[in-house]
Design a protein around this ligand. Structure first.
Ligand code: ATP
Length: 536
């Protein structure tokens, strides 16, 4: 797994997973753009979730509701009043912080002179329509859940579902976070994968427990390890006002153990809140009186012949936090063979010179300097294992302004190329690219055309992304595919053409496995079946 966020940020930018948003204009805090590999990884994660939670279950329907909703939704959901974080200002440097994320001290200037916390609403307000009338506004949704609640009756009526059943949705959500940070962990625009699972009151506790187990098992199925995943039962005083119980699934991210998904028992609060004639519904939750709703969001139980408002179990996961967890879990820097001491020595010296030079530099801001030196010293302490991390170190803020950085890079690169590899051990179904087809020689027309035709044929089977790559020597190409998590490389060589020593190898290719680096010969005609089996 990754040791630091820098390793991931650097790899993501270098190889095209994730870029800082609006970079040509100096960026926009709290936004990130997914690049060519990032979009594939994210789509694969969402597809795996949809498959497990919608297609493979018999009690679920999917929807895709609008991001913009009538603003009354956010009044009756409680968001206008209570979707707030406590904000404090530093009286010294004027920075703003979320009070519960700092411990009485400004993280920027260390001053303890802070204002009293005051509530800050996280919803983005936006004008609707061409006339800037003070009433014609709405909010960008801060969660996808409300789109499900207001469609409860539509889905029920159009599908004739019986309780218990659920509605699933994946989509964008927006929160004006006071301090976005930790890469894609806390951002202002993100995606959620949410389920609202409707059950009979009284059956809610059993279903809540079951959903917690289901969700843990699903995260394990996409490759997270059990020791990095921890359920946390919220204490009564931590619960949101609508929740009877909430279990957070925490993941050990590079910056610490933090929430990846929340699974709440929301009782009949949401359907009750959005209903008319609330007094007739026998609600268990305390809701605000609703004078605008045009419908009762209840269910007619054919067994008891009574109308009930279902209780709701809500497993709500962040897509971006999921992507970050997958990257972090999959990341490894591995020694392919031990580097001899005489090859490490010059790197060690160049790293020492670099760190001294950082320490002396007056132009690097204090925070950046501290981060650079801390990471540099961590690497130096275990240089044998951590050598590839120097690439991440050199892409941290401030590093590029150091003169001796180039020299350090010049020392590191050849050693890394020879003795190390960075690899993403994704489960095959999540890997952005499943197979890379490589020609042993890029200026040999027959090898190239055979490789290209294998790629086309495999790609035409539809289910996976397959690329052709001839931008380097074969060893380098393997390393590049390891670094982006491609589980299989296929190499076309002279044996494939029947021009090698062993004529029996004609029409076969080398298949190289990412994790074990083992290679085997497979007939071209068998490739499709072979890969399909390995991809399961
Ligand atoms: P936190 O306490 O970390 O702010 P939360 O408890 O407010 O999160 P929920 O309202 O439960 O989060 O949202 C459900 C999920 O949506 C979270 O588990 C998380 O994965 C994701 N999420 C929430 N806020 C953000 C954000 N600002 N950036 C990225 N993902 C987010």
């Amino acid at each position: 797994a990754a040791q630091t966020m820098e390793q991931l940020v650097s790899l993501c930018k270098r190889r095209g997973f994730i870029f800082p948003g609006s970079a040509v204009y100096g960026g926009l805090q709290g936004t990130y753009d997914y690049g060519p590999l990032g979009v594939e990884l994210k789509n694969n994660l969402k597809l795996a979730w949809w498959r497990a939670n919608v297609w493979e279950r018999e009690d679920m329907e999917g929807i895709d509701a609008a991001i913009l909703m009538n603003k009354l939704t956010w009044r009756y959901s409680g968001h206008e009043e209570t979707f707030v974080d406590p904000m404090v200002d530093c009286k010294n440097c004027k920075m703003r912080w979320r009070a519960d994320q700092i411990s009485g001290k400004c993280p920027n200037c260390a001053s303890t002179e802070l204002t009293e916390p005051r509530p800050f609403n996280l919803m983005f307000k936006t004008q609707i329509g061409p006339v800037p009338d003070p009433e014609s506004f709405s909010y960008l949704r801060p969660e996808t859940a409300q789109g499900i609640f207001v469609n409860f009756k539509h889905v029920l009526d159009s599908t004739s579902r019986k309780l218990p059943f659920g509605i699933a949705q994946i989509g964008k959500a927006f929160r004006n976070e006071i301090t976005p940070r930790n890469f894609i962990f806390r951002v202002r625009e993100f995606e959620q994968m949410e389920i609202e699972f409707f059950v009979r009151p009284g059956e809610d506790e059993g279903w809540h427990k079951k959903w917690v187990e289901d969700r843990i098992n699903w995260w394990l199925s996409v490759g997270l390890s059990r020791e990095n995943l921890q359920p946390y039962h919220q204490k009564p005083e931590e619960l949101a006002h609508y929740a009877k119980a909430t279990v957070d699934l925490l993941y050990r991210f590079p910056h610490g153990l933090e929430e990846l998904e929340g699974i709440a028992n929301r009782t009949d609060y949401d359907l009750g809140s959005h209903s008319k004639d609330q007094g007739s519904l026998g609600l268990k939750a305390r809701v605000s009186p609703n004078s605008h709703s045009t419908d009762k969001l209840s269910y007619f139980d054919p067994e008891t012949k009574q109308h009930v408002v279902p209780f709701v179990i809500e497993p709500s996961a962040g897509v971006d936090r999921g992507v970050l967890a997958l990257l972090s879990e999959a990341y490894a820097e591995e020694q392919v063979k031990p580097a001899p001491a005489e090859r490490l020595k010059p790197v060690e010296e160049a790293l020492g010179t670099f760190l001294k030079s950082v320490g002396r530099n007056e132009k690097i801001p204090a925070q950046a300097k501290e981060a650079l030196i801390a990471e540099g010293e961590r690497i130096a302490q275990a240089l044998g294992e951590r050598l590839p991390s120097i690439a991440g170190l050199l892409s941290m803020p401030g590093a590029e302004s150091i003169e001796v950085a180039k020299k350090l890079r010049g020392q590191v690169d050849p050693v890394v190329d020879e003795f190390y590899r960075t690899v993403l051990h994704f489960k095959p179904h999540l890997a952005p690219i499943k197979v890379a087809v490589l020609p042993l020689k890029k200026n040999h027309p027959e090898i190239v055309s055979t490789a290209k035709s294998i790629r086309r044929k495999l790609q035409s089977t539809g289910a996976m992304r397959i690329v052709y790559d001839d931008t380097g020597a074969i060893g380098k190409l393997y390393r590049r595919q390891d670094e982006i998590g491609t589980p299989f490389c296929i190499t076309v060589d002279f044996d494939t053409l029947g021009e090698g020593k062993d004529a029996a190898l004609k029409d076969t290719v080398t298949v190289r496995h990412r994790d074990s680096m083992a290679q085997e010969r497979v007939a071209i005609s068998e490739l499709e079946t072979y890969l399909r089996e390995k991809m399961q």
